[in-house]
Write a protein that binds this ligand. Structure first.
Ligand code: FES
Length: 326
């Protein structure tokens, strides 16, 4: 049960590896480009084990009516197959894409900005840096974190754009970034835009919650939904349907429920909207909450789980859905 998205045919017109394990793809829709704002993403219809699924990729850079859409995809060995599908695309490949949609809109009301990108979370941040750097009345600083320079795309472009206002942090050489340092980079009027892996996002959110700064000054978007545990299979007991199902390591709870004809609402499939949440009645092991819908306190209670992204590690789970089987 999903709503939205008008799908259109498109062609991959260029592929280019822009960092170790990062492929940039330029995509031209047959009916022409739609204007988009920075922070927008495209949904792409991908095939995983011959089953159609949707993956979302941020558009890199600002809208240019003469240029195709640009996205960048990191190859993730532990992914369920979306990144492998995208990496198999060649110049000339036909795909289906959505219109650009923006859930991570850059506001221009502030004077000071801090952009924070972790790894492939750089993709929506590039366009924001371009937009802000070209407005002399704005002060923009950027923190870009990753494992090493080889793993991190667009460094050179960002250095040319931002100069000394770009801070790079390489975890291989510099170790773990201490998010408390962020508080030295901002004041109460700074707007912060953040995109990165779940560990970084959680650490920044925690630091922010403990700071005197307004929650609304920290804006973020997820990409993918990496967790604290490697994906592993688990069993799900659903007494309302009198069913027991297995969730394999390469599928989501939502997908396994749909395959078993268990009704569950969903929309974003990215752990953001909360529509797919189900009640946890019992569990063993650990609930690996990978969503950005529940607060840290709610996650700690382990009373609900977002079926589209979250998983169980080292155990099994009993859930209740809003629906009942016949
Ligand atoms: S469908 Fe949006 S959080 Fe799961």
């Amino acid at each position: 049960m999903r709503y939205r998205n008008t799908w259109m045919e498109a062609t991959v017109v260029r592929t280019q590896q822009v960092a170790a394990n990062v492929m940039q793809l330029q995509i031209a829709p047959e009916k022409g480009m739609e204007k988009f704002t920075v922070g927008s993403h495209l949904d792409v219809s991908v095939l995983i084990n011959d089953i159609p699924e949707i993956r979302s990729y941020s558009l890199v850079g600002s809208y240019d009516p003469k240029a195709p859409y640009t996205i960048a995809v990191k190859r993730l060995p532990q992914s369920r197959g979306g990144s492998q599908y995208m990496w198999r695309l060649k110049e000339g490949s036909k795909i289906k894409i959505s219109q650009p949609t923006n859930h991570f809109e850059l506001g221009f009301g502030a004077k000071n900005y801090l952009l924070i990108a972790g790894g492939i979370g750089i993709t929506p941040i590039v366009g924001m840096a371009q937009q802000l750097a070209h407005r002399p009345e704005k002060q923009v600083n950027m923190l870009y974190l990753g494992q090493s320079s080889e793993e991190m795309p667009f460094i050179q472009e960002l250095q040319e754009l931002l100069g000394y206002r770009l801070t790079l942090h390489f975890s291989d050489a510099d170790g773990l970034f201490d998010t408390a340092r962020l508080l030295e980079m901002v004041d109460e009027r700074t707007q912060v835009y953040l995109c990165g892996p779940i560990g970084l996002m959680n650490a920044v959110r925690k630091t922010w919650e403990q700071s005197p700064f307004e929650n609304t000054n920290l804006r973020y978007e997820t990409f993918g939904a990496s967790g604290l545990f490697a994906p592993q299979k688990f069993m799900v007991n659903i007494p309302g349907y009198n069913k027991q199902i297995e969730v394999k390591e390469n599928e989501t709870l939502l997908h396994a429920m749909e395959a078993a004809e268990i009704d569950v609402m969903y929309d974003c499939k990215k752990g953001e909207c909360g529509l797919c949440q189900v009640d946890i009645l019992e569990y063993t092991g650990d609930i690996d909450h990978r969503d950005f819908f529940f607060s840290e306190a709610e996650k700690g209670e382990n009373k609900k789980i977002c079926a589209c992204v979250s998983r169980v590690a080292n155990g099994n789970i009993t859930i209740d859905t809003a629906y009942r089987g016949n």
